[in-house]
Design a protein around this ligand. Structure first.
Ligand SMILES: [Zn+2]
Length: 353
């Protein structure tokens, strides 16, 4: 981050008819990559969908899904730069985060009409879960009407860290880009994108693990004559998996910052903490309750059940499968839970246990 990067040079025809490669200049060196793995190509596709008097897609949605620190915000930023700053008609760029999503209708209603917007909703995992179902539906529907309300072109980015962390209507996107892949994610995405893509998904899981654990990753059969490319993590690329209409493909992306389109540091940017610092902050004042909450939060966010006690994990899995099997009155269940909660809190003081 922090470096303005010279952009992709012109395409070079490859010897094979299939693969076209290009190079990316960074810190005085040139890094080869396949054109169809580049952010430039992806963003050209997006721009073309919105070009002209009658664009094919007035509204385009991008879902970025991956663990904290896997590069969602970075990739959003890099894409925005390609889409907006390298465009004759730049977009108005708006960054939101977390609970701002609860105000989606107000936010949309306040936008000046007739302009083109890129709206980023960063870190919105499970944000919708706290809302009553009626309100959820209202907001999801507002999103489907956004192009009419704004009467201009709109691109939205939704950044979440786990596939199930956003209601289906909101995570249904034209472009789905995964910046990390756990075992749980792998199952979920195979179900969503299709088992015929299992090889690509498994392959990305390996690339991601390698990128994080060994500080480098390979893109196989990427270069001319089926060569592999070997990249050092963050110098300048990371790897993601992109699902778009034309199929599933790796995306190698650098971090691009730009005075024109980068968000100001205040407001949304995450402060870095160690795991232990986060644990202390998260459990301060509530001790046992917060520790339990943290375990379930971790499980529902990252899909890793090893953080739960055995019975808790079994109970959670049972609830998950029951919820898939049966249709039930959510509000009645809620009332029951709330009721038993107030009875419990009469007998035990839960805040400093
Ligand atoms: Zn820019």
């Amino acid at each position: 981050m922090g470096t303005t990067i010279n952009q992709v040079l012109g395409p070079q025809k490859s010897a094979s008819t299939q693969v076209q490669t290009t190079v990316y200049s960074w810190n005085g060196k040139k890094y080869p990559l396949r054109i169809d793995h580049s952010v430039a190509k992806l963003c050209t596709t997006i721009k073309k969908m919105q070009e002209g008097e009658k664009p094919r897609a007035q509204y385009i949605s991008v879902l970025l899904c991956g663990q904290s620190g896997s590069g969602k915000s970075t990739l959003a930023q890099t894409m925005i730069h390609h889409i907006s700053c390298k465009n004759k008609e730049p977009y108005v760029i708006k960054w939101f985060s977390g609970k701002d999503l609860h105000e989606l209708d107000n936010i949309i209603d306040k936008l000046e009409k007739g302009l083109s917007y890129i709206m980023v909703f960063d870190d919105v995992s499970f944000i919708m879960d706290f809302l009553p179902s009626k309100r959820k539906k209202e907001l999801a529907e507002k999103l489907t009407r956004i192009r009419h309300d704004v009467s201009g072109k709109v691109i939205t980015f939704m950044n979440i860290h786990y596939q199930k962390a956003l209601m289906p209507m909101m995570r249904d996107a034209n472009f789905r880009i995964l910046t990390s892949m756990s075992d749980q994610d792998s199952q979920n995405w195979k179900n969503t994108i299709g088992w015929k893509h299992r090889w690509a998904i498994d392959n990305f899981q390996k690339q991601y693990a390698y990128q994080m654990a060994h500080g480098s990753f390979f893109i196989n059969n990427a270069g001319l004559d089926g060569k592999s490319y070997h990249y050092t993590t963050d110098k300048p690329f990371r790897v993601a998996l992109c699902s778009e209409i034309s199929g599933l493909h790796p995306l190698v992306f650098p971090a691009t910052t730009c005075a024109k389109c980068s968000p100001t540091k205040s407001g949304y940017k995450n402060m870095k903490l160690t795991g232990e610092q986060f644990f202390k902050k998260a459990t301060k004042g509530y001790k046992t309750s917060a520790r339990t909450a943290l375990r379930y939060w971790y499980y529902s966010t990252y899909g890793d059940g090893s953080v739960l006690p055995k019975n808790g994990r079994l109970a959670y899995k049972k609830i998950e499968s029951l919820a898939k099997e049966y249709v039930f009155d959510k509000d009645e269940l809620k009332n029951l839970l709330v009721d038993t909660l107030s009875k419990k809190s009469l007998s035990t003081n839960d805040t400093e246990d």
